[in-house]
Design a protein. Structure first.
Length: 173
C-alpha cells in the first residue's frame, strides 16, 4: 500500500529499504499547506468510497495511519489504494483551482442520500461525483446516515439518547 501511495502521499517512518511494517503513516501536512485539504477531509471522503476512516493524527498530528487487517483481501486493499489515488486527483483539482478550497467533494464529505436529492444543489461538482467517485457502482453503495459532524465537539459533549431504565422496564411489561 505504501509503495502505491507514496507518489501522492509522503510516507513517514520507513525502514532503510523504504519499507513499512504492518501499518503506514501518510503525511497530509504538506497537502494541507498547499490545498487546505486536511487529513479529516480525506478521512471523511473515504466514507463516500465505502471505507471506514483510518486513524487520524495518531501518532503524528496531520497524518493518517493506514493499518489493514489480515482478513482484508488483495482486491479490497487495491480498492482502498484506488480510492486514495482518486482522492489525490480530487486534491489536485482543488490545487489547480478547478474546485474552490471551501466547496469541493472533500470538504463536504461524506455525502448522504438526502444531500444528493436536494433540489438546491449548488456545488461546483456533480451529484454523481459526490455519490459515486470514480464511477463506483451504487449496487453496494454505503450511504452514510449523517453528513460531517464536528468530531472534537462530539467527543467533548457526548449526549446519550438512550431511553431511561424506567422506559425500558415499562416497555418490557
Amino acid at each position: 500500500m505504501a509503495a502505491r501511495l507514496k507518489a501522492h502521499y509522503p510516507v513517514l517512518y520507513t525502514g532503510s529499504k523504504g519499507r513499512v511494517a504492518h501499518e503506514c503513516i501518510i503525511d497530509i501536512r504538506g497537502i494541507q499547506d498547499r490545498s487546505g485539504i486536511s487529513n479529516e477531509d480525506i478521512a471523511k471522503r473515504l466514507i463516500d468510497f465505502g471505507f471506514h476512516a483510518p486513524t487520524m493524527s495518531f501518532p503524528v498530528a496531520g497524518t493518517l495511519m493506514i493499518e489493514p487487517t489480515e482478513s482484508e483481501s488483495i482486491a479490497e486493499i487495491d480498492r482502498f489504494c484506488d480510492a486514495m489515488l482518486a482522492i489525490a486527483g480530487e486534491i489536485e483539482q482543488v490545487e489547480k483551482g478547478v474546485w474552490p478550497a471551501d466547496d469541493n467533494p472533500l470538504v463536504n464529505a461524506p455525502h448522504t442520500a438526502a444531500d444528493l436529492m436536494r433540489d438546491d444543489w449548488t456545488h461546483p461538482y456533480s451529484r454523481e461525483q459526490a455519490a459515486s467517485p470514480e464511477g463506483d457502482s451504487q449496487a453496494n453503495k454505503y450511504w452514510p446516515p449523517v453528513s460531517r459532524v464536528d468530531n472534537a465537539f462530539g467527543d467533548r459533549n457526548l449526549i446519550c439518547s438512550c431511553p431511561s431504565i424506567d422506559e425500558w422496564e415499562a416497555a418490557a411489561e
